[in-house]
Design a protein around this ligand. Sequence first.
Ligand SMILES: [Ca+2]
Ligand SMILES: [Ca+2]
Length: 431
Amino acid sequence: MRFSAGAVLCLFLMLLFAPGMVQAETRNDTSLDCAIDFSSPVLLDHGQFVEVTVNEANAVMTADGSPMMPVFSKTFEFPWGTTIRSVDVQPVQIQTMSTGKQVRPVPVKQKIGNDIVPFEGRIDQTMYGSVEPYPKTWYTYTTGSGLNKQNEHVIFLSCYITPVRYLPANHVLQYSTRFTIQIKYTPPAATLAPATTYKLVIIAPSQFSPLLQPLVNHKNNYSMPTTLVTLVEIYSTFPGRDNPEKIKYFIKSAIEDWNTEYVLLVGDISKLPIRETYGSEWEDNLLSDLYYADIYDADGHFCSWDANGNNRFGEVNHQGNDLDGVDLYADVNVGRLACTDATEVTAMVNKIITYEQETANQIWFKRIVLAGGGIPSPCIEALLRSSMKGRSPIQRSARPSQTSPRRTSGPPNATCTRPVSTGRSTRAPGL
Ligand SMILES: [Ca+2]
Ligand SMILES: [Ca+2]
């Protein structure tokens, strides 16, 4: 199951304004129980079709030509090493409703030239002639291993509930306004902390080693135990089908033997390789350093990003289904200084040290300019209030007339550059 960009926006809005639907969770040592309430479905007329909506849904199913059914997703967290034994989601009372006409299908995507073009109204004839409910099950779920917002290594379990199912041949909906969830699990066994700790590991080609030593020294003086490991050492010591996989096995070793939380890659992709992935049927050869951060699957095993063994990494099929067992949750924080030569390495090292020694914790360090668009400003403001509690906006919006609302490149708006010039961090969320 994969969600469209529109669904992402829908999710964003729902997170802000939907009332709390998830009833209180109860957890003990081996199970989690909760209930989720939904509104009754509402039908929106689209001429030949009707669109099915449920107020609390935060996504839609996106299989081309299939009914566009609402989805509610909820993610639970468990301590790393937890074994999920079973997941059960049940509708409490199934009711029915007539749609009168066909439910709106998901637009069928076709690649025309370099563009991906959606075509409305094209239906999967077999699907729409079926007497079986769509989807077949009320829920699916996925598990993964990664870091949560508190930078804790956890197991994620995401439930995707379809509160409404569609019987296409009869133009009938089945729905329930309450679902129960029960997750049974086995807690992790206690483990011993590694004797040696390097919270930060820097990986670089040998030619950059002397230039990076001041950064290693600086970090070690700032409560960030750090070590530098060269690619030569990694390539000669760790297994792997190619150099990126050897680097990934080394990072796994650092997490387990040194309790490493941060990895800094130094060098552009000609100096330190990157992984080419196939994360979209429409776009091959997507470059990704997330490959180096997503080390484990939900069972705690090394994730090669190539479960089907065809040397194409991170593959998805036409419906967006993962073919390579990739959970996409980072298990360690990875960044890259994409330096091409010694001059750039020295500049970056000096900037980091100066930044952390001289400017961190000054007053400007706590001011930030957030630039965004694409959704109404009240939504942005509500998001800021919910995510940045205790901080006060001093200017809530720029005048859109200062730049064309359709412009996507060019010099930034003066409303943004003026406060940045006087000292602020910046962040431009891609909304
Ligand atoms: Ca593959
Ligand atoms: Ca992972």
